[in-house]
Ligand binder design. Structure first.
Ligand code: Z5A
Length: 212
């Protein structure tokens, strides 16, 4: 089977880390062992620097909303062109912790940047490059934020107020409903059940890919 790009998406505390490991274990059971893991923003030395600037700013100077959007796209295009596409071309599979859908939702709705502008920016920067499968782990923001708080100190985005996350989640659900490459899974369930749903989703999708 041709190599593929699988992405995990969701609000904080959705369980993306466990989901990534679950996807990788299903792939390995199918003898797909050459797997590259990415995270966004980040994933290359330059993109990791942009991640740090995006998350922490410099001293008291935080990026403006437009600067934030452009930093995210600079980091993403660097990762896509220098890591993801070369990996796919040599036959490796890529499993990503977040990708463009995060910008469409967090910036395109949470931050209130024009959603059409966000889609145009995506097309201008990434062309037609898209994940083959996106697993969106859906949960109400309050549950996710409680999980994130239990894990430790909150970062700049996690400190946003609840309406920000409510808007972000609504955009995730709306975009997932329009795109059959995005599968929405209920992430409020206990971890074992979420893991079982991810296994089932990836296994079924792989079978469908084999049939194509
Ligand atoms: N961002 C953006 O605004 N625009 C963009 O374009 C991109 C990103 C790409 C990245 O930070 C931040 O950047 C992120 C979006 C924004 N906003 N924030 N914050 P990050 O990479 O540091 O953080 P993250 O991606 O949000 O989180 P994470 O740590 O990578 O993963 P996670 O999904 O939050 O979950 P987790 O670590 O797997 O689980 C969190 C905890 O919950 C952990 O203790 C688990 O054991 C627990 N958990 C998970 N699932 C369950 C279930 N089912 N039951 C009970 N407990 C659970």
């Amino acid at each position: 089977m041709k190599s593929k790009f699988v992405v995990i998406e969701g609000l904080e505390g959705a369980g993306k880390t466990t989901a990534r490991d679950t996807v990788a274990s299903v792939l390995r059971e199918r003898y797909i062992n050459d797997i590259v893991f990415t995270r966004e923003p980040g994933g290359t030395p330059l993109a990791e620097k942009l991640r740090d600037l995006f998350k922490r700013g410099v001293g008291n100077e935080m990026p403006t909303i437009k600067a934030e959007v452009l930093m995210l796209y600079a980091a993403r295009v660097q990762l896509v062109e220098t890591v993801i596409k070369p990996a796919l071309e040599r036959g490796a599979w890529v499993v990503g912790d977040r990708h463009d859908l995060s910008s469409q939702t967090y910036q395109g709705s949470g931050r209130g940047t024009d959603p059409q502008l966000m889609l145009s920016l995506r097309d201008a920067v990434l062309g037609s490059f898209r994940p083959d499968l996106t697993i969106y782990l859906d949960l109400p923001p309050l549950i996710g934020l409680q999980r994130a708080k239990a894990r430790g100190e909150l970062d700049r985005i996690e400190q946003e107020l609840l309406p920000f996350f409510i808007r972000t989640r609504a955009r995730y659900l709306a975009l997932a409903a329009q795109d059959e490459s995005i599968v929405t899974l209920d992430a409020t369930q206990p971890l074992e059940q979420v893991t079982a749903s991810i296994r089932a989703c990836v296994s079924l999708w792989l079978q469908q890919q084999e049939g194509v």
